[in-house]
Ligand binder design. Structure first.
Ligand SMILES: Nc1ncnc2c1ncn2[C@@H]1O[C@H](COP(=O)(O)OP(=O)(O)OP(=O)(O)O)[C@@H](O)[C@H]1O
Ligand SMILES: [Mg+2]
Ligand SMILES: [Zn+2]
Length: 645
């Protein structure tokens, strides 16, 4: 072939390959879209099903108390269990007040307790800290014999024993560290009619390994002394359930041991009602648990993840740390005078410095983190619990066992590492069911600080981006963004304007940022051609024209405000036009930006990138919907992205 011909064919081949790449990316994008739509369709179908069912049961829906399923009972029949006219109701009531010192049931507790007392098998899905334990502890106290509680973690077991001891409920435990004498006493107690305990806590391993325990359980069963079986953290039974409680560190060893053997309980003791409890498990995980536990037709009660009394809000964090602390201090001073709260920070160092800075601004704040001496930690905790300290500035170490009911605000000085974490951390507000605020300060640089921290975690980046998405979102109810992660169908009207997005209404605009995307991608591309890596900060500065003069001539700089620049770069990262590129040294991990899988789509003339931004402060004449915002800038006003009311 002639040389010119070769060149021509080669050029054509290149162009076909480039086009092919674009097509492949489009296919990938469409597949992604398909997956999203399929999941939306599924959720809507479920919603429809639910709506039809409640229409059939003529106005008897169980609004607010969560959804119900299970083939054995209709919603109508289940409603009966919300009542207090059972033979055992009086005793329950008395023990709730006198033994547990609680004034009333929380949503779903009464129904769960009644169902279990009537001998039904039950799966109870309820957010963390809402009071699942009571649903087997109270029936245990009000039943003959004892309740067997299977718990995967010895530490959870010990917590419960301590608590029960403090309220004078007899309980015992059998685990790997039990002494021979103790085990002997417990085993004997199981068939003793004057049984010395109402609850017996065991690990799954004990059931697997101890034939003696099984034989004693059988004796107790035959004597009618095994009143019920509770399986706590029931999702651990399923091999898919393990990722739901990162906080509780349920190790794979427990899972594999949980997995195959617990079915024996229901097979050997079919007449004993089983109660499975978990904070978050999808329906497929629950189905799996049902199979593994050999529970034929359990009723599933799912408490809504929704905490109606919590107001969710995202604010932009000032990149100047002094000013950002100033913002938080004035917020606390203006809105929460004399009220109790938590400020969550990223690191131990931040806990110390932020609390010091808040103190300087006159706020009664103290730090709390894992590296403090135990006595200091408990002192801060105690003083905060008794309202002698207003604000605890804490790392996530301040979590487990924190059960103050009148926390009026949880402010995140730094975003959480996932939506699940955020839900849990912010959920420490308003446990008394009175109004409380959950406010995140969303800072661009924090994304990358956390990113390098979770780099080793399996799905760490993916989970972090769910949190970033939550913060960047301007058009969907914050609860609906969360609902997706809890496998729940969410109707925005249920929010009651208890999130900033619902409160602001349609205060956003769709902006075409295609040209911006091209400019940013060009900056990253140029660096890469020069064998350089750029941190997000460097990309931001280069785009804003603060890079080396020589480089400035080769790129298209922008007059957008810093907040807008950061928001667009974040958007490009979330959308896959940019992606993370980590680099490790023995001392630290660096986060650089590289081209994402969608970057090449920008070569396609017809491809456009849009982004939703808050309208507040925007000049509507300058930027109209879907109009390129390139030359004039989106807005010079920083408030364009500010989500404060
Ligand atoms: N009806 C109620 N009224 C007030 N407080 C309650 C009620 N029921 C439970 N609580 C309190 O709620 C707190 C959390 O309860 P519990 O430990 O059972 O939560 P959980 O649902 O098991 O959470 P986790 O998923 O973290 O294990 C406890 O301090 C408990 O005393
Ligand atoms: Mg629990
Ligand atoms: Zn809302």
């Amino acid at each position: 072939m002639h040389v010119a011909n070769i060149i021509k064919v080669q050029a054509e081949l290149d162009s076909v390959e480039a086009e092919l790449e674009v097509v492949e990316l489009q296919i990938a994008e469409l597949l992604e879209k398909q997956a999203e739509l399929t999941s939306r369709k599924k959720r809507l179908l479920r919603k429809l099903e639910d709506a039809c069912e409640s229409a059939q049961t003529a106005g008897s829906s169980s609004a607010g108390s969560g959804s119900l399923s299970g083939p054995v009972m209709t919603k109508q029949e289940l409603l009966r269990y919300e009542n207090a006219d059972f033979p055992w109701s009086k005793e329950l009531e008395q023990n709730l007040k006198n033994t547990f010192q609680l004034s009333k049931f929380r949503p779903l507790q009464q129904k769960a307790v009644n169902l279990s007392m009537s001998g039904k098998d039950l799966f109870l899905v309820m957010p963390t800290g809402r009071g699942k334990s009571l649903c087997y502890q109270l029936p245990a106290v009000c039943s003959e014999g004892f309740t067997l509680v299977v718990t995967p973690l010895v530490s959870l077991m010990e917590d419960q024993l301590m608590y029960l001891k403090s309220i004078h409920v007899e309980a015992a435990t059998l685990n790997a560290s039990s002494t021979k004498e103790h085990a002997k006493m417990v085993l004997a107690g199981m068939t003793d009619t004057k049984a010395p305990f109402k609850l017996l806590y065991v690990t799954p391993e004990k059931i697997a390994k101890s034939k003696l325990l099984m034989s004693r359980l059988e004796k107790a069963y035959n004597a009618g002394r095994l009143s019920r079986i509770a399986v706590d953290e029931v999702h651990c039974c399923s091999q898919w359930g393990h990722d739901f409680r990162p906080d509780k560190k349920v190790t794979p060893i427990h899972q594999s041991k949980y997995n195959p053997l617990l079915g024996i309980l229901k097979r050997q003791f079919p007449k004993v009602p089983l109660l499975g409890l978990t904070a978050t498990a999808t329906s497929s995980v629950l189905k799996d648990c049902q199979k593994i536990l050999c529970v034929p037709e359990p009723i599933t009660l799912t408490a809504s993840f929704n905490r109606t009394n919590l107001y969710y809000e995202v604010r932009f964090k000032n990149s100047n740390s002094e000013e950002s602390i100033g913002d938080i201090a004035s917020l606390i001073e203006e809105r929460y005078q004399g009220q109790s709260g938590i400020v969550y920070v990223f690191s131990q160092k931040d806990a110390d410095s932020v609390s010091e800075d808040l103190q300087k601004k006159g706020i009664n704040a103290y730090p709390y983190h894992a590296n403090m001496a135990p006595e200091d930690k408990s002192r801060v905790h105690r003083k905060w619990s008794t309202n002698k300290i207003q604000v605890v500035v804490a790392t996530v170490a301040f979590g487990m066992g924190i059960d103050k009911s009148d926390v009026r605000f949880v402010i995140h000085h730094t975003i959480s590492k996932s939506i699940e974490n955020y839900y849990q951390e912010s959920g420490r507000a308003g446990r008394d069911d009175q109004p409380a605020d959950c406010i995140v300060y969303f800072g661009f640089n924090d994304i990358f600080r956390i990113s390098t921290m979770v780099v080793m975690e399996n799905v760490g980046q993916k989970k972090l981006l769910t949190m970033v998405e939550y913060c960047q979102n301007v058009d969907r109810c914050r609860r609906s963004v969360m609902a997706v992660h809890f496998d729940e169908v969410w109707d925005d009207e249920g929010c009651n304007e208890m999130c900033d997005v619902c409160r602001h209404g349609n205060d956003y605009i769709t902006v075409d940022v295609t040209q911006h995307a091209k400019d940013v991608v060009q900056i990253v591309e140029l660096a890469s051609s020069l064998d350089e890596k750029l941190t997000p900060l460097k990309v931001t500065e280069a785009w804003m024209g603060k890079g080396p003069a020589k480089r400035r001539k080769m790129i298209q700089t922008t007059i957008l405000s810093r907040l807008e620049v950061e928001a667009i770069i974040t958007h490009l990262l979330l959308q896959g036009y940019l992606s993370e590129d980590f680099s490790f040294t023995p001392y630290t991990t660096y986060f650089y930006l590289k081209l994402g899988r969608k970057a090449s789509l920008l070569k396609n003339q017809s491809h456009s990138v849009t982004m939703k931004m808050r309208k507040t402060g925007l000049d509507a004449n300058v930027v109209s919907t879907k109009q390129p915002a390139a030359s004039t800038g989106i807005s010079s006003n920083e408030r364009a992205l500010d989500s404060s009311p």
